[in-house]
Structure formats: C-alpha cells, structure tokens
Design a protein around this ligand. Sequence first.
Ligand code: IVH
Length: 671
Amino acid sequence: MIDLFTQQRHTDLCEEINRHNQRYYNQDQPEITDAEFDALFRELQEIEWAFPDLVTPESPSQKVGAPITEKFAPSTHAVPMLSLKNAKNAEEFSDFDTSIRKNFLARSAELDYACEMKMDGVAIELTYEGGKLIKASTRGDGLVGEDITENIKTITDIPHKLTAPYPEMLDVRGEIYIGLTDFQTLNRAQEDAGDKTFANPRNAAAGSLRQLDAKVTAQRPLRIFCYGIGRMQGVESSTQIETLQLLRKFGLRVNLEETTCVCGADEVINTFRQLQERRDALPFEIDGVVVKVNETALQEELGVVSRSPRWAIALKFPPRREQTIVEGIGLQVGRTGAITPVAHLKPVVVSGVTVSRASLHNWDEIDRLDLRLGDHVIVERAGDVIPDVVKVLTDKRTGNEKQIPLPEECPECNAPVHKNPEEVVPRCNNPHCPAQAIERMKHFVSRDAMDIESLGEKQLTQLINHGKINDVADLYLLSKEDMFAMGRMGETLAEKLVLSISASKTQPLSRLLFGLGIRHVGKNTAKILARHFASLDKLAKCNIEQLIAIHEIGDKVAQSIVDYFGNPEKILLLEKLHQTGVKPQEEVVVEQDGPLTGKIFVITGTLSKWSRKEAEELVEKAGGRASGSVSKKTDYVLAGENAGSKLAKAEELGVEVLDEASFARLVGVSI
Ligand code: IVH
C-alpha cells in the first residue's frame, strides 16, 4: 500500500526535478548544486524502487536526464514504447495468469511464457532501415523520446549494419546497462578525475547516454540486451523466443542464454525463484523477471490496456537486505512533539543505494527488535523510502552494546518528555518548542497544504529567530520590509514571498484543514471533511456523532477533530487566521453517481473472473469504494475461493456476502 505522504512526495519530486532539469539544461541557470540535485533524484528513485507502481512515463527517472531540449531533438516512436505492469509476488502473478486465460482468452489450458531477465538499465529504441542504423532514441514518455543516435553509435555492442537477411524496416527495443565490474572501474576513474561518482549502474548508464559530447559516451562501458520489436517489415515471428533468435541472427545482442520458455504459472514462479537465488552472482543488476506470453498470435489477441501490454508483466524481486552496524541514535521532533528515534548506520549499499540512516519508528520497535547501540543489524529497503532495521544479529554481540533509553528531555528544547502509555512515542509537550513550531509551519506552507512557494525551512527559521512569526497566522502579517530586515533576501524574492503568502488566503478549505496539522487528519481526511462540511465554521461546531456518521471517519479521528476545535489556543489561532484575511474557498460537493454510490466493499479470497484490482475497479466505476478490512461500516464482502478470516468476520457482523455472479449483477457487468 502506498501511503498518501509518499505518493505526494513522489509528485512533488517529479515536479521539482523537472524544473531543475529545465534550469540546468535549457536555461543554463542551475539553482542547486549537483549534489543537491542527486539527492532529490536519489530520493525519487528510492520511492520508485519501493513503489514501482509510481513509475510513470512522466517521471524524470524514466527520462534520460534532460527534458526534451533543443540539444537532443525529439524523436517520435512509430509504435509507442509501452510500460510493464508489475507483480510483486507469486500470488499476483497467478492472478495475472488466471485473469488473462479466463477473461481474455477463454481457455483453461496453461500458457507458454517466455521468462526474461529484467535488466536494470535504460530503455532505448534502435531504428534500422535497409539494414542500416538510422536512428536511436530514448523511451521518453513512450510516445516521443530524444534522439541520441550519435551517442548510441559509439556503443560497440550495437551494429551500424544488420547481418543479412534482415527486414527492410526494424524498430528494435532493448536495455542499455553497465555491468557491475565496469561500474566499479568507472566510478574509480570518476573519483580519480575529481568527477562525481554514480550512485548505481543504472544512473551511470543514463548519465552516459545523456552526454552532449558523444566522445564521452564512447569512453563509457555501455552494453545492450535487445528484447523486443516495435515495427518489423518483411519478416514474421510466431513466438517471443523466435523473435529473440531472429534478433540474434540480425547481429543484435540478446540474452537468449538466460531466457526460458516455460509452461504455466507454477513453472514461471519456479524460474523466478531460481533466478532470485542467482541474482547476486550475476555480472549485472537485474530487478526481476519479465514474463511474456510466448505466442505472438495470443499477444495480439490480448492487446494493450492503459499503455501496458496485457500479455506481459514484470515479476519483481522483493527488496534487498544488507548487514551493517548501528553507530548512533538520533532523535527527531515532529510537529506534534512526537520524538522518533533514527538509527545512524555504518553506510552500506542496499540494492545500489548507500544507506546511512534507518527509521526505528518508536521504542516499542526498539524493544521488539531488542536493539542496542553498536549492534550488527539487517536493514531492508522495503515499503518505505527510509530503510528499516528488520533484525538484530544478537550472536554478533561483544557485550559492549548499549541500551537505548527513552529520552527524558526534548533534544531540541530540553523540556521534560512524557510518554502516554497508550502511545508508542514519547512527546515533548512544550507548545513553544522551537522544533515543533518550525515543523508545524513547514507543514502549513507545504505544497499539499497552503502551498506557499519559496518559503522553506531556511526562511521560516530566520523569521522565527528574528521574532517576526510565532504562529502560522503571523505569516499573513508579514510585510516586504519584514522580509528585508532578515537580510540575505533581495527585493524580488521578498515581494514574491509576500505575494504568495497573500495568495494562499483563498486556498481550498481542505488545504487549510490539512495545513492546520490536526492529529490524524491527513490529506485525504481533510478532503472528506471539507466536502462534507463545506465551511470551517460548520466543522468547528460539529460533534463526535456527526463526525462518526461519515463513512471514512473513525472514533480516533473524530475525537482528535473535536479536541482540536475545543482547544482555546486553537480557537484563538483560527480567529487570528480569520482576522488576517484567511478565507478558504468552500468546496463544492460532487456526488459520484452509480448503483453503488457510498457503498463499501471488501474483496477477499481468489476470484476466478477478475484479478482483485479489476474487481476493485468495477466497484469504483459503479460509485463504490473498496476497503481492505471488514468492519461495521462494510456494506458487502465479495468472497472468492479460500476466503478466510475476512469472510468469517463478515458473517459474524452480518455483512452481506456476495459470490462472483451476484457481484457481477450488482456492478452491472455480465460474466
Ligand atoms: S519488455 C511492453 N523485456 O523494464 C514491454 N522490458 O518496467 C516492454 N526491461 O521499460 C518491455 N528488461 O526498460 C522488457 N527483458 C525485458 C526487459 C525490460 C528490462 C525494462 C524496460 C521497460 C521496463 C518496464
């Protein structure tokens, strides 16, 4: 499950990186250093590694460096370069296999699949006419890429002329990559030359392809494996394996030795597991297996859905784990005063990224792990951007490891720290703690909240230190002169800041609600509240019962909202915001219409007609909402085969249970 925070951070990073790319490449006016840019890019990549579903063609990670510039001409793909859907585990692959066989091919017999290594590099397309390489381009947004012909021509793996007999016209697709030994040698050379090193082989390949001087590309150890075709005229191929054999005959490099043709989902999963075992011994990075329906005729029958072929899927490896040592413990104070421990690690490379921090979440987690300072630990880059400590290697203890005590004082303001027995984190309850104040303001001005551009941590800290602001309402009282008084700020920036602060006064209500930082009110809940109550006044006056009556609002959230609007300090703050002219736009209530408007579904067990995702889409199309857990608020449970505890819970709570046929009738589809 992708949490909202990560999803939003991903969107922000894409925008920010695209903007910096424009400034760097097109305007020659970088705003940030290369190291700062790399940190943003790495953060984006880390999110995308953890949540491959977020990788869209628009993501800067999918582009070879620069946005379309005058420097690399745009190049339209004759046939769009599609992207692949991902399966995270065997079960998701089985769902995919069942779905295509039953729903789209109407067959019960097993399918033949070609299993290829999923190379972790950069996708490109090569165009050959009359056997001659006439163009090479990056994938770009799948429709238009960048013309990198000159750079590609320097790669010795790539023939300038195909071996006859060749097709009159051929668009071939493949992955450019750098092998692991070559990568280490390249980084050492970069270091020696005082140039920046690359975080991983994929970045090195992408960076090498985007060189404006093809001579630099020529120095880089780039390699290719070709894996597919866009257009091919004059030659036919009836299977994926045959396609790879043909490409090899034309003189193109393919990874046939590591491609297997297997029958049925079980064999695919076996192949995947075997490859996973061998992954670390391979001379290049792979991040999974690409599984393709082998027969071309069936591929055509299956076709394409939302820019991905229905006949192929990437079966991704689970995150990687590495071993390291906890060298220190840092304490972070959040905007609600929560103090969270962070492990400072001996830097270790986990699937290509250097990791030196890991979230420990809270002291319950420290107890659960029995973690001590100095311990040898296993870290994993899993479902989160920041890696987790997943295991302590207690047999490696020397006796010098130290317990990690709960802090007694706030590391920022030295106020005594309290831990409510019902909570997992200790808190600094000093409402004037500067660390909390800064975090609250950062949150208020952030892009998802009031979206006050250019007002970052640096400016906020300066404003607080100069006594110009004590709370978020003070922002609206700032003048251009106040900004000036802090120094290091030109007239234009000061003016811009005052304008953008003022412009935020009429942001939608949901943004203000989110920006206030009410405990348990995230972006989504803020939207629900804004739509439901339409005005801040109405929300402030509502009681617990009214809140709980809303589908998505539970007891904890309702209590927190009521507490917030009953807190005299918050009432004063809201009054002050009102007086400074903050008048949020009321939100229009848009009722989705469909036979299941407002109904909550839980889908459980294995379905035979749809994958779980497809069933969820059907629910949403009909106006309903799919949820992960059964509660009193659940309206229907769709139960497939081997439905377990969720079905039992539904029966216990008297929730209506549907089989696939009645579900189909309810959502209005035929099966
Ligand atoms: S086939 C429509 N085969 O994975 C199918 N892709 O996540 C297009 N990749 O953009 C891709 N190895 O860059 C295919 N053996 C392989 C691959 C492969 C690596 C990359 C490719 C693609 C991405 C999709």
